[in-house]
Write a protein that binds this ligand. Structure first.
Ligand code: C5P
Length: 234
């Protein structure tokens, strides 16, 4: 799998999104984009179709988590939108992840990549213990959820770049790690805690880095994107 930089399009409207994307219209390399809940819920499937029409790959980050039958049917709808990557919560169990994969697979056998969220980075070990009654360490939980994801036949997980090595060790080098929490060495960390640089993420073995504000809030977003690509893809 070719390493790539995914820009998190955390915009509130289609207008803001297209104003941003217009900056890239002369770029030879069309950025791979992540669309999350805010933009998808605001604009609906039409935003996905329009961005695809402009030639971008899309990671639709909706983190599905429901009973297997509901997830299977929802995934069939997303698959028809022709996205390139989508995701579920591994906490939905192996059965739910298998159902997601089935729903996603088109009649001709093709499908978007499917990855799973292990533990959200906003969940602390303390809260896992006191609220979710999970006594294992957060790293053991991440490894177990990643193994469940692999056993269900999915392609990889979303995790911190600092966890990418651990996940590859447990699940194999071909199992994808898609990693947010990336900052330039001289950049602002903002609200992210466990961060690393694009170059370091590459060394640890991330397959895709998801980068939002270091690109979207940069004075020159195209230059920031190019810098990410140069550091991470080479
Ligand atoms: O702006 P920033 O680079 O922090 O954006 C990172 C993106 O990755 C955001 O869309 C955020 O919601 C997402 N994300 C994350 N940590 C996770 C899962 C997703 O930062 N564990």
């Amino acid at each position: 799998m070719q390493r790539d930089v995914i820009i998190a399009c955390d915009f509130k409207s289609a207008e803001d999104t297209f104003r941003f994307l217009d900056l890239f219209k002369d770029e030879e390399r069309k950025p791979f984009l992540k669309i999350g809940m805010e933009l998808f819920y605001a604009e609906g499937p039409s935003i996905v179709r329009e961005i695809k029409r402009r030639g971008h790959k899309i990671f639709l980050d909706l983190k599905l988590h429901d009973i297997p039958n509901t997830v299977k049917k929802a995934m069939a709808v997303l698959s028809r939108l022709d996205v390139d990557m989508c995701n579920v919560h591994a906490a939905g169990t192996i059965e739910m992840m298998k159902a997601a994969l089935e729903g996603l697979t088109r009649a001709d056998g093709t499908r978007p990549l499917l990855i799973a969220v292990t533990q959200l980075t906003s969940t602390s070990e303390e809260r896992m213990r006191s609220e979710l009654l999970i006594d294992a360490s957060i790293n053991d939980t991440i490894v177990k959820y990643a193994q469940n994801t692999r056993d269900a036949g999915l392609d990889g997980v979303v995790c911190s770049p600092l966890e990418a090595g651990m996940v590859h060790e447990a699940c194999g080098a071909g199992f994808l790690t898609v990693t947010p929490g990336v900052r330039f060495a001289d950049g602002d960390v903002a609200d992210q805690v466990r961060v690393t640089t694009p170059a370091r993420a590459r060394e640890i073995g991330s397959d895709f880095i998801v980068v939002g504000r270091p690109i979207t809030a940069a004075e020159d977003p195209v230059a920031a994107y190019r810098r990410c690509v140069a550091e991470f893809v080479g």
